[in-house]
Design a protein. Sequence first.
Length: 355
Amino acid sequence: MTAKTLSNDIEAQRQSFYEELKPHNLAPLWEVLHGLVTPEPRTTAVPAKWSYAPARDYLLRAGDLISAEEAERRVLILENPATLGQSRITRTLYAGLQLILPGEAAPVHRHTQSALRFVMQGSGAFTAVNGEHAVMQRFDLVLTPSLYWHDHGNATGEPMIWLDGLDIPLIQSLDASFAEGMGSKDASSVQAETKPPGDNIARYGRNMRPVANTTADITRGPQPLFHYPYAEWRSNLTATATASEPDPHFGVRMEFTNPATAGPIMATMSAFAQLIPKAYETRPVQSTDGAVYVVCEGTGRAHIGEEEFSLSESDIFVVPAWAKYHFHADDELILFSYSDRSVQEKLNLWREARH
């Protein structure tokens, strides 16, 4: 018997053995180990960009086709081109553009999934979070943490559009989803206002907070601050850039924090603001957190893996996990981003490589 014949015979025995295992819900690890424990991260996501103008036009058309009441939340999902049909922009993150037309309201509900709203268009509509209205302006960041009651309303005369960022795929992978309000009688209701708009900012948003267990400490809990106005975070970014040299890999990058912990804004998601000076090019970097970006101001280019994308105001793009990327700013470039870095850090998984 030749070596080749012997090899073929062993392989046939192995395949027969594997078939015998299947009815018993058993499988050989050695056949798949190389794909389970990889030398470096492998992601199903790919780099991609969405230009805001065409996405906005489709969203406004959706406003003519389906009512807010019918849709529950009128949103167009930003799907990663490599995972179409899976309602995700990275393996762990969801992104969608939500529309609320004048006079409309999105009913109150709550869910396990944590969410952030980043305002893309309009001024004066609100998100209500646990009884307080956050009156939204363009490029404001508003949070609806896990299991916080929230609803939306638009009493202005113009459409309001924001980017929804949620940890839906992560919660889905953990089989940990709970939701209340949707599809029930409660879903037609809105929250009663129990605090004036801006109360969370006044108490917790300016590097101060009420002393614990005093009468002013009325917003107890893990996340007392949920509104980060663009006017304030943009001013902080400019002041920091004026007082320091740009980092070679990031320009000036700042993190939005939770004042109760001084850590990331939410347990599963981190958020960042970034300023890259005019004509500046950052050095390549890669990290294990997949990230979603919005261009708030300026123009430039994003080099992500083998892809290059031109950037202009309100563009949205995704940097997959462990993709090498860097930016070039034609004009001063202001970026907002969110990622799953927070949960990775808690699990001691987050890594970064600077080149």
